[in-house]
Design a protein around this ligand. Structure first.
Ligand SMILES: NC(=O)C1=CN([C@@H]2O[C@H](COP(=O)(O)OP(=O)(O)OC[C@H]3O[C@@H](n4cnc5c(N)ncnc54)[C@H](OP(=O)(O)O)[C@@H]3O)[C@@H](O)[C@H]2O)C=CC1
Ligand SMILES: CC(=O)[C@@H](O)[C@H](O)COP(=O)(O)O
Ligand SMILES: [Mn+2]
Length: 381
């Protein structure tokens, strides 16, 4: 029985993790979870899985829940995320919280030697060097949940990493893949949230439309698999059936395929190195699909991907600045404060003005993160 802590339980990844935990009660037990402001889902998860510890974003919600569920311990805010991540009984942390807010709790769990199943890519982008160094120091295993990185991880199974020629990360192209850049001037939030293949949280769906999601994923791959940026390519693949590929020196290419269902990489990270049947999983029928499509990436069409490669190759606090600028700009777009094309412009302006620090410590990263958010708030008001 693996004992699990879960951050971001009420989100898209968190709720799909809940789906797995409900179906696999003999294998997994949820001891602690965090949610944000969605109290209805928080209550459902408490009643179904009966954890010992729950953290919510607001103190008033924690107090109200404590009255309703006296057998559960409640906490809240940033310290609540750390308490859930470091619950003494859990050996695995699933980090499915949104944004760089997940960084400190991840580091705290790593320092306890826990296995980290990480969906929260912003943590790896903003402080990848710290996360991986601490994981090495404390012998903590980091397992990818992001579909592309799970695919790469699975395609590297049993292989010697020194034989890898390059990683090929697939990209669906997002909500606006059939539009020219000129046609993006007047797109709406509702249009942007309409992803062709995946049902995901709002922020990552917008990232997918700007291609910043792929930019974050290139950096995430560099961090997780220790690959140089000139050996990480992005390939447009409309159907999201091939989740990513690894090419080897002998020209062999190994890929992982499947219907687009995030429960597959979530469950694989939980059951690793074993596999389990997936409840109501839809099997891949390639004959029925008929054709798969591929296209080279166009960096002029998707400048956010170019910016991410630039930040990745530079390294240092520019990664934190880029990530925080993106988080703040996407939030501003979702609130109707800026247009879709202003997301890229905002990130580029922040990056151009940034004074880079090459090997930042945690305090520097947290400072750059909060200062960048203030700069963007000022730019968009
Ligand atoms: N969705 C997907 O298919 C994929 C997502 N990912 C990554 O996984 C992570 C989560 O994405 P997704 O599930 O889509 O996001 P969602 O927005 O759907 O969920 C985010 C979760 O984090 C909680 N949360 C948000 N802000 C805070 C905060 N300040 N303090 C505490 N909790 C907070 C939310 O709580 P509440 O809703 O209760 O307010 C919710 O539980 C992201 O890093 C994303 O890039 C990676 C691959 C695929
Ligand atoms: C499901 C998942 O892992 C997302 O990150 C997904 O990759 C988004 O799709 P695209 O960014 O390829 O549009
Ligand atoms: Mn992904």
């Amino acid at each position: 029985m693996k004992k699990i802590s879960l951050l971001g339980a009420t989100g898209s990844i968190g709720w799909q993790t809940y789906d797995i935990l409900k179906e696999q009660r003999d294998a997994f037990h949820l001891v602690a979870f965090s949610s944000g402001k969605n109290i209805e889902k928080t209550r459902e998860m408490i009643e179904t899985l009966q954890p010992e510890l729950v953290s919510v974003q607001l103190e008033e919600d924690a107090l109200a829940l404590a009255k309703a569920y006296p057998q559960v311990h409640f906490t809240f805010g940033a310290k609540g995320l750390v308490e859930v991540a470091t619950h003494p009984d859990s050996t695995v942390l699933v980090n499915a919280v949104l944004g760089s807010v997940g960084l400190e709790s991840t580091l705290a769990a790593i320092r306890m030697g826990k296995t980290i199943a990480i969906a929260n890519k912003e943590t790896l982008v903003t402080a990848g060097h710290l996360v991986m160094a601490e994981a090495k120091k404390y012998n903590a295993t980091i397992l990818p949940v992001d579909s592309e990185h799970s695919a790469i991880f699975q395609s590297m199974n049993g292989e010697n990493p020194k034989n890898i020629e390059r990683l090929i990360i697939t990209a669906s192209g997002g909500s606006f893949r059939d539009k020219t850049r000129d046609e993006l001037k007047h797109v709406t939030v509702a249009d942007a949230l309409n992803h062709p293949n995946w049902s995901m949280g709002a922020k990552i769906t917008i990232d997918s439309a700007t291609m910043m999601n792929k930019g974050l994923e290139v950096i995430e791959a560099h961090v997780l698999f220790d690959m140089p940026y000139d050996k990480i390519d992005v390939l447009l693949h409309r159907e999201s059936i091939i989740h990513s590929l690894v090419e080897y020196h002998d020209t062999s290419v190994i890929a992982q395929l499947g219907t687009p269902d995030m429960r597959v990489p979530i469950q694989y990270a939980l059951s690793y190195p074993d596999r389990m049947p997936l409840h109501n999983g839809q099997r891949l029928n390639l004959a029925q699909i008929g054709q798969l499509h591929f296209k080279d990436m166009d960096f002029d069409r998707y400048p956010a991907l170019r910016l991410a490669y630039e930040a990745g190759r530079t390294g240092g606090t520019i990664l934190t600045a880029m990530n925080a600028a993106n988080e703040a700009a996407v939030a501003a777009f979702l609130q109707g404060k800026i247009t879709f094309l202003e997301i890229d412009d905002t990130i580029e302006r922040v990056m151009q003005a940034h004074h880079n620090i090459l090997v930042p410590d945690l305090q520097t990263i947290l400072h750059v993160d909060s200062e960048t958010r203030k700069i963007v708030l000022d730019m968009v008001k």
